[in-house]
Design a protein around this ligand. Structure first.
Ligand code: C2E
Ligand code: CA
Ligand code: CA
Length: 760
């Protein structure tokens, strides 16, 4: 019988060992302190099993006595670690460090006393006992044992209190884990009481250690209450902003969260949801796929909402279908923000019309996707809009733009595109059969009347481009319409102009010139002509280089037909560089013939300043051809100083310092400013007769010429007067003090060879 008990106790110890090994292999789960306290508890528990087993199985008295002593000692430590574990696990009485110290001290004293029991037997003594004919050493208590007992029951009471308090305080989901441990603990204690006080031969409470250690390990480290997890998940899903609806395998709605009810079934009736989704799910082919998502729009209380819908099927571990759920994420906010952003990037915020880029894109789309419809591009422009802003204020200007936009919008229908390209420039692409002059004219009149007052009469100009080349870039169509506007820009009343044959021809010829330009330059079609510039006493010491295009089909083409276009597009710098080089080469050639007295003036365009390094180009030219820089005179017009004045003046100054002479060309033609004469370090002032009104008002013109010559002289500049066409003019000019004269009277621009024949 004793052997049976011992075997049971050893099995108990083994089970505890298994628990310990299991925990140590899974020690990452949950808090470490708790793990450690459980491991300690198990270790001491195993120790008490072994010592007790030894005490009852040995027939050596002293050995059995020590067995019991160690067993009682271990009970102290089992209870102390249990208390420590209970506090860790329940988080109750966590900050009682002092009491821990006291209990440990008492336990140590009790242990010492128990250890020396073999000497005085003050706590217990041994007695032989029989069970079923077998004898073993049982123990009998002495007086001192009470101390040990009281100490142990105080610990027991504390442990029980902790668990009762925790079971009471915790929610229903967690209560059973604390109660289970409490019950098993109380069970152990009761069996122990039976053993001690009712004379049961062996301490069978030890058997319960195994169950206790399994409970403790399981509840403390592994247990996750299912109901709690369910409750937690349903709390989360209830509060979720996304609507959730789940169906079982028979398509019955088994769950819908608050949000879903709010959206689809305000009365909370699941049948409503089932009906609604049965149809809808069928439409989405959810039968064959396990998960998918799509976008949907629903209307609630008259407002439209957008949802990102996810559909998922759920399968069990063996792969059997058990149900499905839908989740609906409200993406209305994101959608609206995206729409707004898109709108803002494609529209003009003031008028709500398309902006330039998106108009070009939209117009292209319309043209491409309606190949059978004929279109016109109508562009509008308010005359002197800047003035409106200045005189009436920006607010009034904005109001006007909005009114223009609204009027245009009213007049167009589906299939048209409308934009504010910039400031006061509008563009509309509409089908030809919907355009009528009357339609636009009444609109324009309406707007300008609303603005008219005694000081100001508003004029709107419209240009219409009949799209005959629909492959052309939209920007070119707008250009065409604005070109038409340019042709009527002097109008004082609202007007519509058409990009007609004339404009079209002009446009075509411009395109042709640009297309031909590069080849013409490379094949030497541009020639330098020279026009003599003579001194008042008739000597030719200077000439001006003027370009001519010797066109294979059109013959000699004069600069006004191509220079302005080349200037507009920036290509002029290539031509100028070419002519400058011709001039430099000619000067070098003349030097070789001992004609160092002759110089050439070349023209410099405003655009040259932006497309190349003028200083470098000119300096390298004179160095390459080894000529005096003062023989290559530079003609610039006042307009050069209209923008970035400081920079251009700096460039002029460095050229002058290098030795070039600078002429101000066409002085008096533009916005001449006397201030400019002061600031720009020019050497020669060149005036054109044509600008001096010499024909209409001869006397006034002459006075101006006289004064200007005197002024230039006073500033230390030489004076050239160009455009001299007859003897009268020449005779008069000789007396003004001007240094040089140039004009058809002396000679027109001549081919270089001809010039050399006459003047070298
Ligand atoms: P500009 O620099 O003022 O050149 C003088 C223009 O007046 C030349 O016209 C010349 O032929 C013309 N002219 C000369 N004498 C008389 C006269 O007695 N009466 C009248 N009515 N006109 C006279 P052109 O050669 O047709 O050149 C026109 C403009 O083209 C030039 O005006 C100049 O601004 C520009 N240009 C010509 N060649 C070049 C060039 O190589 N480079 C640059 N950037 N511009 C050039
Ligand atoms: Ca010139
Ligand atoms: Ca000139």
């Amino acid at each position: 019988m004793i052997k049976l008990y011992v075997t049971i106790f050893l099995i108990t110890a083994f089970i505890m060992l298994v628990c310990g090994v299991y925990i140590s292999t899974k020690h990452t789960i949950k808090q470490n302190k708790l793990n450690i306290s459980i491991m300690q508890l198990l270790a001491i528990g195993i120790f008490s099993c072994l010592t007790y087993s030894h005490a009852i199985s040995t027939h050596l008295e002293i050995s059995s006595e020590f067995g019991y002593a160690f067993y009682f000692m271990s009970i102290d430590w089992v209870l102390i670690t249990f208390l420590f574990y209970a506090r860790q696990y329940t988080r109750i009485w966590m900050d009682q460090y002092a009491s821990a110290l006291i209990t440990a001290t008492i336990a140590i004293l009790d242990n010492v006393s128990l250890f020396f029991n073999y000497k005085w037997h003050h706590a217990f003594y041994l007695e032989r006992k029989d069970i079923d004919g077998e004898w073993f050493y049982a123990f009998k208590i002495n007086d001192y044992y009470v101390v040990h007992l009281v100490f142990c029951y105080i610990l027991v009471a504390m442990i029980i209190m902790i668990f009762i308090q925790k079971s009471y305080l915790t929610s229903g989901f967690h209560r059973n884990r604390y109660l289970s441990i409490l019950v098993i603990f109380v069970g152990i204690i009761l069996l122990d009481v039976v053993y001690l006080f009712f004379d049961y031969p062996v301490d069978i409470s030890i058997c319960l250690y195994a169950i206790a250690s399994i409970f403790i390990s399981y509840y403390t480290l592994l247990y996750n209450p299912k109901t709690f997890v369910e409750y937690m998940l349903s709390t989360i899903t209830e509060r979720m902003e996304c609507a959730l609806i789940s169906f079982d395998e028979n398509n019955n709605c088994i769950y819908s969260n608050q949000q879903a009810n709010r959206m689809f079934s305000p009365t909370g009736e699941r049948k409503v949801i089932e009906e609604r989704f049965k149809k809808w799910r069928d439409g989405k082919e959810t039968n064959s796929i396990s998960n998918t998502n799509w976008n949907a729009i629903y209307e609630f209380n008259g407002d439209e909402y957008r949802f990102d819908v996810h559909f998922n099927k759920i399968y069990d571990k063996r792969g059997f279908y058990c149900g499905c759920y839908f989740s609906f994420y409200d993406v209305t906010g994101d959608f609206l923000a995206y729409e707004e952003e898109k709108y803002r990037s494609t529209h003009d915020t003031l008028t709500g019309a398309l902006n330039r880029e998106s108009f070009y894109e939209e117009a292209r789309n319309i043209l491409d996707s309606n190949p059978d419809v004929e279109y016109v591009m109508v562009c509008a422009n308010i005359k002197g809009f800047k003035l409106i802003n200045d005189v009436f204020g920006v607010e009034k200007g904005d109001e006007l733009l909005v009114r223009c936009a609204d009027t245009i919008r009213d007049r167009m229908k589906q299939g048209s595109a409308f934009a504010r390209l910039e400031a006061d420039r509008f563009a509309v692409l509409i089908p030809k059969n919907r355009y009528s002059e009357e339609l636009f004219m009444t609109g324009m009149n309406q707007i300008s009347h609303s603005m008219d007052n005694s000081q100001y009469r508003m004029v709107i100009l419209c240009g219409v481009y009949d799209i005959f080349d629909r492959e052309a870039p939209v920007v070119a169509m707008c250009d065409g319409a604005f070109l038409a506007i340019d042709s009527i820009k002097d109008s004082f009343k609202n007007a519509i102009a058409y990009y007609g044959d004339m404009l079209r021809r002009e446009y075509m010829s411009e395109q042709k010139i640009l297309a031909e330009f590069e080849t013409a330059l490379q094949t030497g079609q541009f020639a330098m002509f020279l026009q003599p510039v003579v001194t008042v006493d008739g000597r030719t010491t200077m000439c001006e280089a003027l370009v001519r295009w010797i066109h294979p089909d059109r013959g000699i083409v004069a600069p006004p037909s191509f220079i302005p276009l080349l200037e507009k597009t920036g290509y002029i710098y290539k031509l100028d560089q070419y002519i400058w080089e011709q001039a430099a080469r000619r000067l070098a050639y003349w030097s070789s013939l001992d004609h160092d007295e002759l110089s050439i003036s070349v023209n410099i365009s405003v655009k040259d300043f932006y497309y190349m390094d003028i200083y470098d180009t000119l300096v390298s030219l004179v160095e390459k051809y080894k000529i005096e820089p003062s023989r290559l005179k530079l003609e610039i017009t006042e307009s050069v100083f209209m923008t970035e004045k400081e920079r251009q003046i700096d460039i002029m100054a460095s050229l002058k310092e290098y030795g070039f002479l600078i002429e101000i060309d066409d002085f008096g033609s533009g916005y001449s400013s006397l201030n400019m004469l002061k600031e720009v370090p020019a050497d020669i002032l060149k005036m054109d007769m044509a600008f001096l009104a010499m024909d209409k008002n001869i006397n006034r013109g002459r006075k101006i010429v006289n004064t200007m010559v005197t002024l230039a002289k006073a500033l230390g500049m030489m004076v050239i007067i160009e455009g001299v066409e007859n003897e009268d003019q020449m005779n008069y000019l000789k007396g003004t003090g001007a240094d040089y004269l140039q004009g058809y009277f002396f000679n027109k621009p001549l081919p270089v060879k001809k010039f050399e024949e006459l003047y070298l």
